[in-house]
Design a protein around this ligand. Structure first.
Ligand SMILES: [Zn+2]
Ligand SMILES: [Zn+2]
Length: 317
């Protein structure tokens, strides 16, 4: 799993920060990526990355504000031009389906793939054998969701060399061992699955929270996650200012990470009032509350490795 931020600004684009869009790369896990929010020009941002729109499998929209959805129609159209044929699912608040379909219809944009819409309510909104995604309403000026993405435990791996050493022939017996079954060899010896498989390992978990005031739901969604991704539209000490706009300060974002006992915090939705050089100051304010704070910038890509959060691409000039 890798995370790549395509837009980390609040409200309007600036030269340094485009509006919200976050990619969860699941290329190893399922050969696709998921997108969380799609601010205007998200497809332009994608052009500066290795992401291919046809590999986009799911889009999750936190809320209907323009800085989170205005990039959708263009991206959907280009995905079609670029030969995207696989169906795509869009999860979002009530109104998302009408907005997208109306825009596509009036602009006579025809897609050569199916778009499925899931207008979400609180609860589990997606689950398969690999992942479960839960949504809850946060506290913004219009209905806005936060998401918890959890990867299910990874199945045990077969230690092939060990099995072969114990005399298991190549073929179907290996598959049985992998599934957890013990097997009887021709020489009468039993090989136990647990002797030739690794333990199943824990998957990763994230909370990706939309625009919000500081609220208990953010903490609930983030309980014990590896990474909390939270907005920080305001800096420390401006809580009174943030409140009426339905936003949070860096200090409040750090409190969510602390209270939920998460491992790392990445903040985004940064106001254009802050110059790039002030990102360090924001980070320092967060670090007073929580030990692992990263202020995301556009295009930054991160990987979670042995519990450490590592930036894996170079800073752009
Ligand atoms: Zn916003
Ligand atoms: Zn908003």
């Amino acid at each position: 799993m890798e995370l790549q931020f395509l837009g980390t600004g609040a409200g309007m684009p600036s030269k340094q920060r485009n509006t919200s869009a976050l990619v969860l790369k699941l290329l190893q896990e399922r050969g696709t990526f998921w997108l969380f929010d799609c601010g205007e020009a998200t497809q332009h941002q994608m052009l500066h990355t290795t992401l291919k729109p046809r590999k986009l499998e799911k889009i999750f929209i936190t809320h209907m504000h323009g800085d989170h959805i205005f990039g959708l129609p263009g991206l959907l159209g280009s995905r079609s031009f670029l030969d995207g044929k696989e169906p795509l699912t869009i999860y979002g608040p009530s109104g998302i389906k009408e907005w997208v379909l109306t825009t596509l219809r009036l602009s006579r944009t025809y897609l050569q793939y199916t778009v499925d819409f899931v207008e979400i309510e609180e609860g589990i909104i997606f689950e398969d054998d690999q992942f479960v995604v839960e949504a809850k309403l946060l506290d913004h000026v219009i209905p806005c969701f936060g998401f918890r993405v959890e990867q299910k435990p990874l199945p045990p791996m077969l230690l092939i060399e060990k099995a072969l050493q114990l005399g298991v022939p190549k073929g179907p017996l290996l598959a049985k061992l992998k599934k957890g079954e013990n097997v009887l060899l021709e020489n009468g010896q039993t090989v136990f699955s647990q002797d030739v498989t690794s333990q199943s390992s824990k998957g990763f978990s994230l909370s990706i929270l939309g625009d919000t005031r500081f609220c208990p739901t953010s903490i609930e969604l983030s309980k014990g996650v590896d990474i909390v991704i939270h907005e920080a539209t305001f800096d420390a000490g401006t809580e009174v200012l943030a409140q009426p706009y339905g936003h949070s300060t860096i200090t409040q974002a750090a409190l969510v990470a602390k209270e939920s006992k998460a491992k790392h915090l990445i903040v985004q939705h940064i106001s254009a009032r802050f110059l790039p050089s002030q990102a360090e100051e924001l980070q320092k304010q967060g670090l007073l509350v929580f030990p692992s704070v990263t202020v995301a910038e556009d295009f930054a890509e991160y990987e979670l490795k042995h519990n450490n959060l590592e930036r894996i691409n170079k800073k752009r000039d």
